[in-house]
Design a protein around this ligand. Structure first.
Ligand SMILES: Cc1cc2nc3c(=O)[nH]c(=O)nc-3n(C[C@H](O)[C@H](O)[C@H](O)COP(=O)(O)O)c2cc1C
Length: 287
């Protein structure tokens, strides 16, 4: 799908929150726009839509009013996404928008998912939000000011891995609580590792996967008290942990595809006991 191995792109992606002031090169903007304009459908059949709003050379008017409450410095562009509310639409949104993040990463751009820290009404204007649509999240995009040096790649990988839950908290065999070793994951060790390196809102990592024979069951384990009702209502936040789930599915699915591992998504809840009522079944990958 990309011009580089998906695993390399996933490993090199990180949340960039400070950008260089130079606008995104015209040719790069054009390639990004072309990709955004192509049809996007998530594994559950929803088709979100996207728009790039970027500053042109010597002219930053395009971004006027697109505030991000101070967390993001000098962004030179935003990708705004909109979706209709519906069954699994937020998971599909996460899946497809993460493909866009990886596409932008492959083009040499820095990105950051923005779930709650942007000016909703201005973004809605820019994408001409329609009745029945919501903007679950946006992406800031541009040349990152802190492009980590290439020599640091190994160190960076390790650092990123350290900010993620270890395997035994995320991946299980047969039922919750029985850890799945990397060796037991077989060909799927890499898709699972790529899932683990994925971004999630506030780095909460709400995804859990259970291997049952040749099937991989995906569960959403919500974070207790997150993000909190008051916060949620005040900021009109979407259910970002469902978006996280879609992101996890994309890292897993794209990596499996690249490795030539055949499989398909199916919703068929197994008879596996869930640890608490914060945990819900989402989907399975059948090989
Ligand atoms: C759905 C979603 C929403 C996010 N919203 C924000 C945000 O509003 N502001 C921000 O600075 N980072 C945001 N992030 C970035 C996460 O904090 C970040 O992905 C996580 O801490 C892991 O770090 P990494 O992306 O550098 O690997 C968001 C990430 C996701 C997946």
């Amino acid at each position: 799908m990309f011009n580089k191995p998906t695993t390399d792109i996933i490993r090199s992606r990180f949340s960039c929150r400070t950008y260089q002031e130079r606008p995104i090169a015209e040719e790069t903007q054009a390639r990004l726009e072309e990709y955004l304009a192509s049809p996007h459908e998530g594994p559950f059949g929803n088709s979100p839509r996207f728009k790039l709003v970027a500053a042109a050379e010597g002219d930053s008017k395009a971004l006027r009013g697109l505030g991000t409450y101070g967390f993001i410095k000098n962004p030179t562009g935003f990708i705004i996404g909109a979706t209709r509310e519906g069954e699994k639409s937020l998971e599909d949104f996460g899946y497809v928008m993460e493909e866009i993040i990886l596409w932008a990463t492959a083009l040499g751009l820095g990105t950051c998912w923005l779930g709650g820290t942007f000016n909703r009404s201005r973004f809605a204007q820019k994408i001409s939000l329609e009745e029945g649509e919501i903007i679950p999240a946006a992406i800031s995009v541009g040349y990152c000011a802190k492009q980590p040096a290439r020599v640091d790649k190994v160190v960076r990988d390790a650092a990123k891995g350290d900010r993620r839950f270890p395997w035994d908290k995320l991946f299980f065999k047969g039922r919750f609580g029985i850890p799945l070793g990397r060796d037991e994951a077989g060909d799927y060790a890499t898709p699972l590792e790529m899932l683990r390196l994925g971004p999630s809102a506030s780095n909460r990592q709400p995804w859990r996967v259970i291997k049952e024979g040749k099937v991989w069951h995906f569960y959403l384990q919500r974070t207790k008290g997150y993000p909190g009702r008051v916060f949620n209502v005040l900021l009109r936040l979407a259910d970002l942990q469902r978006v996280d789930m879609g992101i996890a599915m994309s890292h897993f699915g794209l990596t499996a595809e690249e490795l030539g591992l055949e499989g398909a998504w199916a919703m068929d809840e197994p008879d596996i006991e869930k640890p608490d009522d914060l945990t819900e079944y989402v989907v399975s990958w059948r090989t």
